[in-house]
Write a protein that binds this ligand. Structure first.
Ligand SMILES: NC(=O)c1ccc[n+]([C@@H]2O[C@H](COP(=O)([O-])OP(=O)(O)OC[C@H]3O[C@@H](n4cnc5c(N)ncnc54)[C@H](O)[C@@H]3O)[C@@H](O)[C@H]2O)c1
Length: 251
């Protein structure tokens, strides 16, 4: 087992974030489960503690500077200085460009980009002090362009540039930064997309699986396994990379 560290996973009340939080706990780390509503984190925290791990629930909007500062104070006091950060919190506000509102644009930019910036800035001092850090940002195959997602694809492409810059700035302190770009993963986010386009979710998954070389849609655990590697001690020479976890190659 790797050295026990304190890990933060944002947007970890459900979906990919919850799976990442559970996996980092089984890797031996104490985990701060951050999401908008502290109560909504209970399921993830219970799953971890029932399995013998250590976790706390922290309610914070990652795009709110004060909330992020308060969240770091709690994590440091209750679990110790965090040296693993997974920026997973995300939202979609899909619309075709001609119908997209400024509010839809700003909401997506704020959670993904401002959120990842505030959380990473908060983490870096702990990581520099420890001379060890692992930052993983959740991008998406939508970074390559996706109809109806001008805001989301721009944010997810932006996260790739952000990741590469963190890798360059922080590498000499033993800190790596990488991005995971998932394809179709079975979560409430893809269920909401199916609902928006008026397709039954089972049919939506079946249709999507037909376009994927490994002939299935992804599960949150597929992303958690990749995050486990990228946050491990042994991944220290992998930095500034974007790993597409999409059941097939992406450009
Ligand atoms: N599901 C997919 O197919 C897929 C594909 C590519 C990328 N992603 C990315 O993976 C990440 C997780 O996606 P998911 O499918 O698990 O989504 P999800 O909607 O199931 O979960 C996202 C979580 O983030 C939380 N969140 C949203 N805004 C927040 C904020 N401001 N502060 C704190 N928490 C916030 C939500 O409350 C929710 O619990 C997202 O960044 C998403 O863009 C998902």
């Amino acid at each position: 087992m790797s050295q026990q560290r304190t890990a933060i996973v944002t947007g970890a009340a459900r979906g990919i974030g919850a799976a990442v939080a559970r996996r980092l706990s089984s890797d031996g780390h104490a985990v701060a489960v951050i999401d908008l509503d502290e109560d909504a984190c209970a399921g993830t925290v219970d799953a971890i503690t029932t399995a013998g791990g250590k976790a706390i629930a922290v309610g914070a909007d990652v795009s709110d500077e004060e909330a992020v500062t308060a969240a770091y104070a709690r994590v440091e006091a209750e679990l110790g200085a965090p040296t693993i950060l997974v920026n997973n919190a995300g939202i979609i506000r899909d619309n075709m460009l001609f119908k997209m509102s400024v509010a839809e644009w700003d909401a997506v930019m704020n959670v993904h980009l401002r959120g990842a910036f505030l959380m990473s800035r908060g983490a870096q001092k702990h990581m520099v002090d420890a001379k060890f850090g692992r930052i993983v940002n959740l991008s998406s195959t939508s970074a390559l362009g996706n109809r109806g997602q001008a805001n989301y694809s721009a944010a997810k492409a932006g996260l790739q540039g952000f990741t590469k810059t963190l890798a360059i700035e922080l590498g000499k302190f033993g800190i790596t930064a990488n991005a995971i770009a998932p394809g179709f993963i079975e979560t409430e986010m893809t269920a909401a997309t199916a609902a928006r386009v008026g397709v039954d979710y089972e049919d939506f998954k079946k249709f999507s699986a037909q376009q994927i070389p490994v002939a299935r849609v992804g599960q949150p655990e597929d992303i958690a396994a990749t995050a486990s590697f990228l946050t491990s001690e042994e991944s220290g020479f992998v930095s500034g990379q974007v790993i597409y976890v999409a059941g097939g190659p992406k450009d």
